[in-house]
Design a protein around this ligand. Structure first.
Ligand code: THU
Length: 152
């Protein structure tokens, strides 16, 4: 099993340096976006980067609010930036948070949000900057039997 765009068959934890250069680029974009996080309430900074079918990368960070429910996650920020500029076909997502003992996987709302736009095998790269490890997974692994349409 190789951890390359579109060819993930099962979850895998990889060393950053072993990944395809395009995946590394996506993760590095998420790491940079994380530095812009506005998270004064949780103090938990998250960065995300999503690649569109034309190869462009859109980035996002979490943006919190005093009325907590108005906050938005890094993943949805990135996806909404792309969609609002005319790009809604995606090839991969990277997410970066800093948790010592676990990977910062997308929340349930973000999983459902992304599921709207991608196929089951859409690759999601969940990276921790230190130690530099990457959980390589897919949207269908994160959201099995997800809901996509109410027609039929
Ligand atoms: N958060 C994200 O932005 N993405 C994730 O994948 C998990 C959680 C944000 C939401 C909130 O601002 C903070 O992290 C703590 O939950």
């Amino acid at each position: 099993m190789d951890c390359v765009n579109g060819s993930l068959n099962q979850d895998d934890i990889k060393e950053f340096k072993s990944l395809d250069s395009e995946v590394q680029e996506l993760i590095n974009a998420a790491i940079k976006a994380r530095t812009f996080s506005y998270s004064p309430y949780s103090n938990f900074a998250v960065g995300a980067a999503i690649r569109t079918e034309n190869g462009q990368i859109y980035t996002g960070c979490n943006v919190e609010n005093a009325a907590f429910s108005s906050s938005i996650c890094a993943e949805r920020t990135a996806a909404c930036k792309a969609i609002s500029e005319g790009h809604k076909v995606f090839t991969a997502l990277a997410v970066v948070g800093q948790q010592e003992k676990s990977f910062t996987t997308p929340c349930g709302v973000c999983r459902q949000f992304l599921f709207e736009f991608v196929d089951n095998d859409f690759p999601v790269y969940v990276a921790k900057p230190s130690p530099y490890r990457v959980l390589c997974t897919t949207i269908s692994s994160l959201l099995p039997r997800g809901f996509k349409t109410y027609i039929n």
